[in-house]
Design a protein around this ligand. Structure first.
Ligand code: BV8
Length: 257
């Protein structure tokens, strides 16, 4: 990654009136949350089909909840990192910037981002398996495993999307709409292997958008990206922000009028 790339990325962002930032586990790695496929990735220690599927939950809800409780404990101890904070600033300062995330950790919101499209749900919400009511539960650790619905006593489940489950229609439609109408898409910290999230950059490219990838490793998207910045999000995004030179107060853009 060289200085020219940083300037080129800043120029694309400055000139864009509609930008989507798609994030994956990599953006939270520097906060201390393990990714899925990295060296110490979750999938090296646990099998997705044993823990992140409806079948696994039906078979052993306590086992699945034990895993989510462990992840909640871990996620409750970490803070948003500079990458999350730069995106929260850009959301405020750059016109038409939207964040679409695969992450369930809520760190974009913790950094101050307001309108985050959560493709795969959020670990700090629970859903009643009978009434389908969703409620916030931000306790680092659950009192009871598996937890039960206070109103009907049915099992609660994490309000996340498991493998083999469809994404919520309105959420997916919003993500596709934003991706298909953006001028620039920045893809940060994803291996681009899980669908339908991994198809969003294609939707953007098909409509002529410019694709900027930020990842220390190459991915299936690298050959399609106009710019692929090889580095950690917590280092690269602040560099692009410096080049953009947007202060918390001033508006770095041409006015919309
Ligand atoms: C569905 C929530 C159907 C739960 C998650 C088409 C082709 C092939 C397969 C499929 C397909 N369509 C559907 C499938 C099946 C499946 C799928 O995609 N399987 C994959 C594995 C091949 N998809 C589904 O099952 C989806 N549902 O299709 O339903 C349907 C439709 C209608 C009706 C009925 C059914 C649901 C998918 C969602 C599953 N839930 N999470 C939980 O978290 O517990 S997915 C979960 O894994 C994450 O949310 C995320 O999406 C994914 C992990 O990917 P990444 O975030 O990219 O993380 P990863 O570790 O892989 O990579 C990290 C990257 O960061 C690396 O590149 C690394 O280099 C980089 N990095 C590391 N450090 C840094 C960094 N980058 C920057 N800075 C750093 N510091």
């Amino acid at each position: 990654m060289n200085d020219t790339d940083i300037s080129a990325a800043a120029a694309l962002l400055r000139g864009s009136m509609k930008t989507v930032v798609l994030t994956g586990a990599g953006i939270s790695a520097e906060s201390g949350i393990p990714t899925f496929r990295g060296e110490d990735g979750l999938w090296n220690r646990f099998r997705a089909e044993d823990l992140a599927t409806l079948e696994a939950f039906r078979e052993d809800a306590a086992l699945v909840w034990g895993w989510y409780d462990w992840r909640r404990g871990l996620m409750s101890k970490v803070e948003a990192n500079p990458a999350h904070k730069v995106l929260a600033l850009w959301e405020r300062r750059l016109p038409g910037l939207s964040i679409v995330t695969q992450n369930i950790d809520g760190l974009h919101q913790k950094a101050g981002s307001k309108s985050v499209v959560e493709l795969h749900g959020n670990i700090w919400r629970v859903r009643c398996t009978k009434e389908r009511t969703v409620s916030a539960n931000t306790e680092p650790h659950l009192e009871e495993i598996p937890p039960r619905c206070p109103s009907c006593g049915a099992l609660l489940r994490p309000d996340v999307v498991w493998f083999g489950e469809p994404l919520e229609r309105a959420v997916l439609e919003e993500a596709v709409r934003l991706s298909a109408t953006c001028e620039v898409m920045v893809v940060v910290g994803t291996s681009a292997l899980v669908h339908p999230a991994a198809s969003l950059p294609m939707a953007a490219l098909e409509r002529g958008a410019r694709l900027i990838e930020i990842n220390p490793d190459s991915t299936p998207l690298t050959r399609l990206a106009h710019l692929s910045l090889r580095g950690k999000a917590g280092a690269v995004l602040p560099l692009v922000q410096d080049r953009l030179g947007i202060g918390p107060g001033e508006d770095g853009q041409r006015s919309r009028t």
